[in-house]
Design a protein around this ligand. Structure first.
Ligand SMILES: Nc1ncnc2c1ncn2[C@@H]1O[C@H](COP(=O)(O)OP(=O)(O)OP(=O)(O)O)[C@@H](O)[C@H]1O
Length: 256
């Protein structure tokens, strides 16, 4: 088991009024090398789940474990891609990608530098390695942030709507690239998205959450064979499943 949440609730205190119950009794396990997508209405607690798994904050109750160990603080074997790129403005794109390694090991070997350049190539930024973040578009910065999350080849990758800042074509390209990277270097992925087709294209299992307080209302095993490609999305079964999930997400049950 790579990831497990057992009876997890998260309340946020507010300056005024009762605390916000963001998550209520979440029970979720993710197997090693499984690719899981989290979907659900805005504000249902998807990002909160990722932040708990990343060790960025504690749960109010319940337990969170990574590889069987209670999650208490951020770990080096977890890569995170947030909704926004969060690059350091004074560093070049290459040095941003290398930042987690520099931070951890204090020195960067030529092999790691090569790996950073390889990843920049993969995300289409080879020509921008020396540029500063401000010289890149939002989507390009996000691609750099994806390369940064991958540079340590983490066992667990947490991705919070990582492609939402990208245009539709780049988004599909990056999704397929992520699948390729995942096949080449298997890892456990928890991927938050608002896009049902993206969740179907990428994941082994889709977790559907209800509106706040966030609960898991449905889990769907995605049956499409791998490797997947854009052709997978042309399969009529793909559309049927997407429509079925869409109805579920918008149903009274999901909003209860
Ligand atoms: N630091 C915080 N302080 C107070 N409330 C918070 C905090 N972070 C999240 N919340 C609240 O918790 C709930 C869940 O937020 P979260 O960001 O996890 O939702 P989400 O499903 O990721 O939303 P979206 O799809 O819009 O990104 C929301 O009601 C939000 O207002």
């Amino acid at each position: 088991m790579a990831v497990s949440l057992a009876g997890v609730s998260k309340h946020f205190e507010r300056a005024r009024g009762a605390p916000v119950v963001a998550l209520d009794d979440i029970n979720l396990t993710v197997l090693r090398h499984e690719f899981v997508a989290l979907i659900g209405p805005s504000g249902c607690g998807k990002s909160t789940i990722l932040r708990l798994l990343a060790g960025l904050m504690p749960a109010t109750s319940g337990s969170t474990a990574i590889f069987g160990y209670p999650m208490e603080k951020p770990r080096d074997d977890i890569g995170i891609v947030f909704q926004r790129p969060t690059l350091l403005p004074w560093l070049s794109i290459r040095n941003n990608v290398l930042f987690p390694i520099r931070h951890k090991r204090r020195m960067v070997t030529p092999a790691l530098k090569q790996e950073a350049d390889r990843l920049l190539e993969v995300v289409g930024l080879a020509d921008f390695a020396e540029s500063r973040p401000s010289e890149l578009s939002g989507g390009m910065q996000q691609r750099a942030a994806i390369a940064r999350a991958l540079v340590q080849n983490p066992d667990i990758l947490l991705m919070d709507e990582p492609f939402s800042a990208l245009d539709a074509l780049t988004r599909d390209e990056m999704a397929l690239e992520l699948l390729r990277i995942w096949a080449e270097r298997p890892k456990t992925v928890v991927f938050v998205t608002h896009s049902i087709p993206e969740a179907l294209l990428l994941s082994d299992r889709i977790i559907v959450m209800s509106a706040r307080p966030g609960r898991i209302v449905r889990q769907i095993n995605v049956p499409f064979a791998r490797p997947r490609s854009l052709a997978t999305m042309e399969d009529p079964a793909f559309n049927n499943m997407a429509n079925d999930i869409r109805r579920g997400v918008f149903s009274a049950e999901a909003r209860a």
